[in-house]
Design a protein around this ligand. Structure first.
Ligand SMILES: Nc1ncnc2c1ncn2[C@@H]1O[C@H](COP(=O)(O)OP(=O)(O)OP(=O)(O)O)[C@@H](O)[C@H]1O
Length: 336
């Protein structure tokens, strides 16, 4: 469905010259500085996949998305989306894809939301019955009825994002590119949006490429992630396997009756760590014991049984390392 093969994008701009009045001198210089934003990225996305495209600031995520949507022409390499070359076949590509850039809107600020949808429906040549069916469906799923007639400039960020999603999906695209769709949204708005994305992917089989810094979104939505840094792919695969490779342990979090119930018994294959390692997970940190263990070396029930011999346990839970920490580890290239 989507194919990127050795994709490269360079940006070139006039060099900043040293010395006095650099900007003025730059006007008369032919020297240019080149930034290689995407540096040989290759991947494939199958129909109906929901893939997270992750990376730190400036990694080249948006630049990749812009090449796949036809906004930018690659410097070299090839990309194909539903068999089309996006930059060369922009109009046809636009019929197959929906795009949301969270930082920008494709709606018209002065028009009520409904009128923006009408304009887009005309642009896509949707017949009236399809248009009505789609807007009806989205109005219900995303709860738009209260603000359909409100000018876009007066919408809250969450309402505007919901409007942008509908705008991207009116023409029933088979592929959705979402570039930070939940940035700045509160938890309720975020949950509504992510549910909608999951539902669209599941029921319509829409292929989704999602760029985000929000690891909660990633955990909720994606089984597969592609991680890039400095324009190069660092990891492409299953989220579970990423955890296994970079942080192959889990935490057993215990609330104990008293901190002093140790009876000098060792718990092999588990290390006691501070709550900071898993975040403050319990309301009584002074009675909280956190054991780090490798589930490949000791089965969780066995560890729990052993821990119960050492501590008088009131409550327990198993916590995985935070995805943020796993990804940071990946950026640093330090498998444990
Ligand atoms: N139009 C442009 N002209 C020059 N350099 C650019 C341009 N667009 C992006 N870049 C540079 O390319 C690199 C990658 O930028 P890009 O926006 O793709 O990163 P990103 O991974 O989406 O980052 P973020 O998470 O901050 O949005 C950065 O160094 C950026 O400064």
């Amino acid at each position: 469905m989507i194919e990127a093969a050795d994709l490269v994008k360079e940006f070139s701009r006039p060099a900043v010259l040293p010395g006095r009045l650099p900007r003025l001198r730059g006007l008369f210089s032919t020297r240019r500085e080149v930034t290689r934003a995407v540096n040989g990225v290759s991947f494939e996305v199958e129909p109906s996949e929901l893939v997270g495209y992750l990376g730190p600031n400036g990694a080249g995520k948006s630049t990749t998305i812009k090449m796949l949507t036809g906004i930018l022409q690659p410097t070299s390499g090839v990309c194909r989306v539903s068999g089309l070359e996006p930059a060369a076949d922009r109009a046809r590509n636009a019929r197959n894809i929906g795009v949301v850039f969270g930082q920008r809107t494709q709606l018209w600020y002065d028009l009520p939301l409904r009128d923006s949808f009408e304009v887009l429906a005309d642009l896509y040549g949707l017949d009236r019955s399809t248009y009505r069916r789609r807007v009806g469906l989205f109005t219900e799923l995303l709860d738009l009825s209260e603000f359909l007639d409100t000018p876009v400039r007066s919408l809250s960020l969450g309402q505007r994002m919901r409007g942008d999603l509908v705008a991207a999906m009116l023409h029933e695209p088979s592929i959705l590119f979402l570039d930070e769709p939940t940035v700045g949204l509160d938890v309720v708005a975020k949950a509504r949006l992510t549910e909608f994305i999951v539902e669209t992917n599941r029921t319509d089989g829409t292929t989704v490429v999602l760029t985000t810094h929000d690891m909660e979104d990633v955990e909720r939505l994606c089984r597969r992630i592609i991680v890039i840094d400095a324009g190069t792919v660092l990891y492409d695969g299953d989220l579970t396997r990423l955890r296994e490779r970079f942080m192959p342990y889990r935490f057993l979090v215990l609330t104990v009756a008293e901190r002093s119930v140790r009876r000098g018994v060792e718990i092999p294959l588990a290390t006691e760590v501070g709550t900071a390692a898993v975040g403050a997970v319990l309301p009584y940190p002074d009675r909280c014991v956190v054991l780090r263990f490798d589930p490949r070396k000791i089965a969780t029930p066995e560890l729990i049984a052993r821990a119960s011999q050492v501590y008088q346990v009131d409550e327990l839970s198993i916590v995985d390392p935070r995805l943020t920490d796993v990804i940071s580890q990946l950026y640093e290239g330090l498998p444990t």
